[in-house]
Design a protein around this ligand. Sequence first.
Ligand code: R5P
Length: 280
Amino acid sequence: MILPGSASQSLGAALAAELDEPLAAVEYDRFADGELLVRTTEPSSTDRAVIVASTVSGDAHVELLQLQDVARQYAEEVVTVLPYMGYARQDDAFREGEPVSARAVARALSPGTDRVVCVDPHEPSIEEFFDVPFEAVSAADRLAAPLPDLADPLFLAPDASARGLAREVRDAYGTGTVDHFEKHRDRDTGEVSVAPSETAARDREVVLVDDIVATGGTMSEAIVQLDGPARVFVTCVHAMLAGSARTRLARVGVDRVYGTDTLERAESAVSVAPTVADAL
Ligand code: R5P
């Protein structure tokens, strides 16, 4: 049985179809004081409950804990799928006095589940923060499908750590060159600076690839370094697109942004359901 969180309803349905498992009827309610209450309206015993919930907010974390509690009452085995794991980017105490938020969240989620499957966590090493088996799966090969027909595209990662992802997208696309920028983020100000890549972009079709686009700051800093590209596309697993990210990307000339359904957005052009189904 698939139990979707409120932010992952389309992906939950896609996964239920992919696995041919029932999709639970879940209601998401709120008390007058603002506290959340999830309820499965047709609960029944099952061998396995698969909770699919992107933890996009504080409320989404509480909702997931509640879904785990429901699942424990009816299922022999509880699996938690984190299509997008919130707080995963704070995987270290970058400045004195800060928490390792990814560890705090992992510790809170572990007792309610037998296993965790997470799509493209920012750092796979967050596995060590969980007290239960943890599997990171990559949706990189899914990112190539929605891209238009491009002539000799240049796949660019905004930093060295995303280069592997860019290479996987290029391999799935079947043709093109891969390169990356050198990025530096000032931990005190949050400012991002990007040094140009050495591959010439003039008159080329360029695809920027990253695991997540949040504010669009990293991508736009990279894109302004490009010298006369023909067209620019952005693709990522997690199209968070917070605040003014869409405007920011449009202003630096991005033709189109593609994401997956780990975050349900207008830009979600492809589903990670087959990737998650394989892991399950
Ligand atoms: C950081 O290393 C990530 O891979 C992304 O590049 C970054 O988190 C994107 O965030 P933003 O869109 O806010 O620059």
